[in-house]
Design a protein around this ligand. Structure first.
Ligand code: DAH
Length: 344
């Protein structure tokens, strides 16, 4: 047995010499020094020896155990120093490497345009009034002088909800009713607001028309507001948005909620009126529908139309963005293609 002990001792010393990491060291410890390890195994079976040999064997076995423990402590120092060195080596930061690009978000092109519109209209005294996306039939149509079954309802293809009479707004104009009723103090206070928001139409999606898009509505109600105020205000807006030389024109049109109604064109800012692809060779680009608020609409907003008057307009921020950047397909706006969105 003594012979066997010496063999184990020799073997253990040889084995530890090739231990390179702490995992291997733990395995070595289990093999030679663990509860079930060989040296302990031998100590446990000491009873099998004849009595007179036990003392010598025990002494030697303890020496071997101590020697192996010492060898392990030595090895542990080496192994952990090596591991630390390797960690430091691997974790080294090369400060000369170029930085990794950090992706940042950006604003949607429509948001850029809307913010510019808020700034310009804000400077001109119009405050932002937020109105709901989900409307009722009555406010979206009837109160705007578009009665049920009136053929003018065909101008807007509507998304209906499963609740009768509850729809998605087809334009921001119903916000006029909410604004007049909420801010007008029962028809006693003048108001000047812009009403931005998403609108929805049950429409065939094409390069020119989407089923959702923004509008920016404007409304001014006061005591002596006239068509010339509308013209002057829109002209000033155009100068601020398109540049000091911007020219506008009014074309006669029809909307149920205004009388008279116009469509507003700005002289093409790309070709200066010469004619180009963006203005479809007409020299003019449509920027808004507008008009004097219809007496019925004023009344529905709580105002006495014999005392009060107002103008209103509606613009399309996506259209404006498309013209500005020569974007030829409105579908780019909502299909979340980063190649498009990252250009703004
Ligand atoms: N609501 C109209 C539309 O969807 C746009 C519009 C036209 C708004 C004339 C107005 C206006 O306020 O006066 O197409």
């Amino acid at each position: 047995m003594l012979q066997e002990l010496e063999t184990i001792y020799k073997e253990a010393l040889e084995a530890i010499a090739s231990v390179r990491d702490s995992e291997a060291l733990r395995a070595w410890e289990r093999t030679y020094l663990g509860e079930k390890g060989s040296v302990y195994g031998m100590l446990r079976s000491i009873g099998k020896l004849p009595k007179e040999e036990r003392a010598d064997f025990g002494k030697r076995a303890n020496e071997v155990k101590e020697a192996l423990l010492a060898a392990m402590t030595e090895r542990e120092k080496l192994v952990s120093a090596a591991e630390l060195a390797r960690d430091l080596e691997e974790g080294q930061i090369d400060v000369t490497l170029p930085g990794r690009p950090h992706p940042t978000g950006g604003l949607h092109p429509s948001t850029h345009t809307l913010r510019e519109l808020y700034r310009i209209w804000g400077d001109m005294g119009f405050q932002v009034y937020r109105s709901r996306d989900v409307e009722d039939d009555e406010t979206n149509f009837t109160l705007l002088n578009i009665p049920e079954h009136h053929p003018a309802r065909d101008m807007w293809d509507t998304f209906h909800t499963t609740t009768p009479g509850v729809i998605l707004r087809t334009h921001t104009s119903p916000g006029q009713i909410h604004a007049m009723r909420e801010l007008g103090d029962e028809g006693n206070e003048p108001i000047r607001v812009i009403l931005p928001g998403m609108c929805y139409r049950y429409e065939q999606v094409t390069a020119r028309s989407e089923m959702q898009f923004h509008q920016l509505e404007g409304l001014a109600v006061g005591r002596n507001i006239r068509m010339s105020d509308l013209r002057g205000t829109i002209t000033e807006f155009a100068r601020r948005f398109y540049g000091p030389k911007a020219k506008i024109r009014f074309r006669s049109s029809y909307f149920p909620f205004t009388e008279p109604s116009v469509e507003v064109d700005v002289e093409c800012f790309l070709c200066g009126g010469e004619g180009c692809r963006v203005c479809k060779y007409s020299g003019w680009i449509e920027i808004a529908g507008a008009g004097m608020v219809h007496p019925t609409v004023l009344q529905n907003g709580g105002y006495d139309p014999t005392q009060w008057s107002g103008f209103a307009f509606g613009m399309g921020p996506e259209r404006m963005t498309m013209n500005k950047h020569d974007i030829r397909d409105i579908r780019y706006f909502w299909n979340n293609d980063l190649r498009f969105l990252e250009q703004f």
